[in-house]
Design a protein around this ligand. Sequence first.
Ligand code: MG
Ligand code: ZN
Length: 269
Amino acid sequence: MNPESTPLAPAPEGYRINPLSGAAVSAARGLAGPLSAEITAALSASPRGEVSVRSADLNLPLLEKNDILAERNRGYFLGRGLVALNLVSSPGAGKTTLLEHTLDDFGRQTKCAVLVGDLETDNDGRRLHRPHAPVAQITTGTVCHLDAGMIARAAESINLDGVKVLFIENVGNLVCPASFDLGEQVRVVLLSTTEGEDKPLKYPPIFKSAHVVLLTKIDVADALGFDRALAVENIRRIAPQARLIQLSARSGEGLPEWYDFLRSLAPRS
Ligand code: MG
Ligand code: ZN
């Protein structure tokens, strides 16, 4: 499939999916299909789109529609034997550059796919387009985050056969992606040395939700006067649960550790 492939028709919600490589030949079953009648009825009965699950002696937490779709995505990914990673950062922290290198290096041994979100343009999807890696671009229009419904449609648009690692490059934003579970198993938050060392203090929810924090562009830290020790201290304070990897996609420093981490998630096929 070439990068000029025809985008799918716009989704009802207004976002658009463009499978740039590895487009699905026939639609996958069950991922973006209608929800069950019970869940649909419960959702429409609730003004805020919540589903209240009750039993005799117990009120379970309300589940938002996104959470239901995210759980379906997670089950679908697990059932296919692939691990999904949700990459979140401010714009310009180096998500796409890191994924380019990851597809060229790690992606040669372990089949990867990418779903990449931006408000407009297929630029990142085109940068990531590789014959050996299915890639779909999600253009969200005005929405500043990806949600689980977008991921379901985009995942159905590409052929996931043999894929072991699915990267989701979220829209550049450190705020609302924290609230949208996409059904990923691993959330990766990037902080680059071109940003402030205090970003984790300013945007704690996303850092607190991270399984992994990547400190990126470490090759230019000294030139920029970036205090790496302070940034690491801030990350450790806000996100003690997260594994921290420091790397530079440009110099290659730290990439082996990132690939080792990915390998630990996805056995080589
Ligand atoms: Mg990008
Ligand atoms: Zn948003």
